[in-house]
Design a protein around this ligand. Structure first.
Ligand code: S3P
Length: 178
């Protein structure tokens, strides 16, 4: 893995894998600024993700994600938690990789369901069969998630343990080499 000129860290992964909670811990540990693409989109537009999905549709949301990734490409010492579908656009993944070490948080469909079942803010899970939807989306996205520099399974890890692992992998990926 090349040494990044601008060592930022991007977390990718499915909904419910802990990108935001783990990301906040890691940012604190590394002394990085924490940013979340969903939060940036909401503050830029003054609207919720659910509202953008329902009124403008998913393609419009994906375009906003693309713009946000470009805006972030000049950052330094920043940890970016990304929306679950963001890396499924090849351009987004390539852009992220150019300015950040990309770490994917992974979880099984069962664990994801356990973590998201009591939350209601994700439009893609407003489905008659949310568990089936999770399995299908996860399978479709797996090839993208696997393009991360590092993959970390969060099934059996607490937020704190996952954060330690992310920080360790980031340090290994960015350590100076002789
Ligand atoms: C999405 C995941 C969400 C949010 C939007 C779409 C997805 O972010 O970007 O609801 O396509 O998986 P989280 O992964 O932070 O839940």
């Amino acid at each position: 893995m090349e040494i990044h000129r601008r060592p930022n860290l991007a977390l990718i992964g499915f909904m419910g894998t802990g990108k935001t909670s783990v990301g906040r811990h890691v940012a604190e540990q590394l002394g990085f600024e924490f940013l979340d693409t969903d939060e940036l989109i909401q503050s830029h537009t003054g609207r919720t993700i659910a509202d953008i999905f329902s009124k403008d549709g998913e393609p419009a949301f994906r375009e906003l994600e693309r713009q946000v990734v470009h805006e972030l490409s000049t950052r330094e010492k920043t940890l970016i938690a990304t929306g679950g579908g963001l890396p499924t656009h090849a351009e987004n993944l390539a852009t992220l990789k150019a300015f950040a070490v990309v770490i994917c948080l992974w979880a099984s469909p069962e664990k994801i369901w356990e973590r998201v079942r009591n939350q209601s803010h994700r439009p893609l899970l407003h489905d008659a069969e949310p568990q089936k939807k999770i399995r299908e989306l996860l399978a479709a996205r797996e090839p993208f998630y696997k393009q991360a520099d590092v993959l970390i399974n969060t099934d059996l890890r607490s937020v704190r343990e996952a954060a330690q692992q992310v920080a360790l992998q980031f340090k290994l990926a960015t350590r100076p080499r002789r």
